[in-house]
Every structure is written in C-alpha cells, then in structure tokens.
Design a protein around this ligand. Structure first.
Ligand code: ADP
Ligand code: MG
Length: 273
C-alpha cells in the first residue's frame, strides 16, 4: 500500500440506529487497508446497520466514522433489500456499478461495455447480458451483483450476506473472487453466517451483538468465550436486561439514546414515556 493512513475506515465511539433506537453501540476500532474481515453475529446484531454506516447511507447518532481520503466504496446489499422483480436486464444491473463514473444516464463507452462483458465472464455468466434479472436463480443473481462490484473497481468492498441462498459451486467461485480482491490490496468486509467458512477464508473477524464483542484475528474472535458472550446477549435480549454501560461518558455529546432491549420492552409493556 502507498503512504498515507494505515486504516481504510476508523470508528470512534460510534452509535448507529434508527429513530433514536440504537442498533450498534459505542463501536471503536478500524478496518486496516488490505484487511479481509468477516462480520459475524446473530440476526439483528447490527451487521447490516454497520455496513450502512460505513457507506454513509446511515449517519451515526453519535461518534464518528472516518473513511480515509481517496477510498472508493463498493457495496453489495443483503438480497432481501433488492427488488428482484425490477424490470432490468443483467447488463443494466452491472452497468449501475459505473454510475459514479458516468452518471445515471451517462453514455457508456466501448471500454465500459468491454468491462461489463469481462466482469460477467469473470463471474461465469458470459452471454447473460440481456437476461432479465427476474429470470435468474439466487446464485446467478449473486454472481451478477459480484460483477457489479467488479466494474466498480473500488478500494473498499462491503458485501452483506453474499453467500445466502447459493449453490456450492457459486460459493466457491465467489470466495475465490473475494480472495483475489484481497490479494489485489483491496479492503474487504463481508457479513457471513457460516463460521467454518469464516475460519477457512477470513483472516480477521468482527463479532457483533449490538455492540462489539470481539474484533481481531479470526482464531481469537471465534474463541468459545466470545461466542458465548454473543449468545448470552441474545438470550438476555429477550429478558430486556440492560447492558450498555458507556453512556455516562459520551465524549461526542451525541443524541441521547435509549438502549435497545429496555426501550423495546418499555414500548411493548406500554411503559414508554
Ligand atoms: P443484522 O444485519 O445483524 O441482522 P440489522 O443491522 O439489520 O441486523 O438490524 C439491527 C437492528 O436494527 C434490528 O433490531 C433491526 O430490527 C433494526 N433495524 C434495522 N433496519 C431498521 C430500519 N430501517 N428501521 C428501524 N429499525 C431497523
Ligand atoms: Mg443483515
């Protein structure tokens, strides 16, 4: 990596949430340039929220997310957030990866078209250019989305559950692509559920349970003690136990926020102020 910051993204006591209800609390740390990181945690632990925070789609309620100057971001959203019935062709979806270079209605150059064709070839979908995205299998759609990331040629790549609902061959092809991106020096963060996959292919891991449980080398993060903590949190969540102890010293003076389970339980119990 050239000179400059070692971190691609740094988080300073970041709390992210919706309508004053935090989904990720008090996160501090950084994604080093060139790191390949798995983001893990139960459903609702804040993984997608964190990704939206990094892209800037969601502004922190408090704290700061700093993206190093010159970084460009490619983001693959969770499939549940995509409208599969949108009347678009494969080529249109991949071309969207070029919009920040060309504008949404900008004309694509011959070089752009060649890049789109090459990206589709890389993901094993040569000849699919004119297919409607509503005709694709889950695995094929995920390949198309990877082709879109490819044409973006970004330094920072964020993938939210790219391995859900795909076949084994697609899984192995997409893991190869991710490994290649890392070898090219890109910073890659991927939401993954399968811990065996995380162990096999991801050097770094971040374990979330609405707060950071662990963020380190994968082997350390997946220690039983951490996994238990993440699971315990999930259990205490149901019992509405308070668990955030950090708010007495919020240096950012951010928006005061209720704390997850308590707030939700209050709402359900009708105790909300
Ligand atoms: P994960 O990706 O780890 O499954 P999310 O980041 O999607 O979790 O969600 C974390 C919490 O934030 C959940 O309790 C979820 O219900 C809530 N949440 C997510 N998106 C929204 C939204 N748009 N509005 C309100 N709450 C949301
Ligand atoms: Mg999610």
């Amino acid at each position: 990596m050239p000179n400059g910051a070692r971190q691609a993204v740094s988080f300073k006591d970041v709390t992210l949430g919706y309508h004053r209800h935090p989904a990720v609390h008090h996160l501090t740390g950084s994604l080093d340039k060139g790191a390949l990181t798995a983001i893990i945690g139960a459903n609702g632990s804040g993984k997608s929220t964190l990704m939206k925070g990094i892209t800037g789609m969601l502004k922190p309620m408090s704290g700061e997310i700093h993206i190093a100057p010159g970084e460009t971001i490619a983001y693959l959203p969770q499939q549940s957030e995509l409208d599969r019935h949108f009347p678009a062709r494969v080529v249109d979806l991949v071309a969207m990866g070029l919009w920040n270079k060309r504008g949404l209605i900008g004309r694509h150059t011959g070089a752009d078209r060649a890049r789109i064709v090459a990206a589709l070839e890389t993901v094993g979908l040569s000849g699919f250019e004119r297919r409607g995205i509503d005709t694709l299998s889950g695995g094929q759609l995920q390949r198309v989305l990877f082709a879109r990331v490819l044409v973006q040629d970004a330094s920072l790549i964020l993938l939210d559950e790219p391995f859900s609902a795909i076949d084994a061959k697609t899984l192995s092809d997409l893991v190869d692509l991710i490994t290649r991106w890392q070898e090219e020096g890109r910073t890659v963060a991927v939401v993954v559920h399968d811990l065996d996959l995380v162990r096999a292919h991801f050097p770094m891991a971040m374990l979330l349970a609405r707060r950071l449980v662990a963020w380190d080398e994968t082997r350390k993060v997946l220690a039983p003690r951490n996994l238990e903590q993440a699971r315990d949190f999930q259990e205490t969540w149901d019992e509405a136990a308070p668990w955030c102890h950090d708010d007495d010293h919020d240096p950012q003076g951010g928006i005061p926020h209720q704390h997850g389970a308590d707030a939700e339980a209050d709402r359900i119990a009708g105790n909300a102020p």
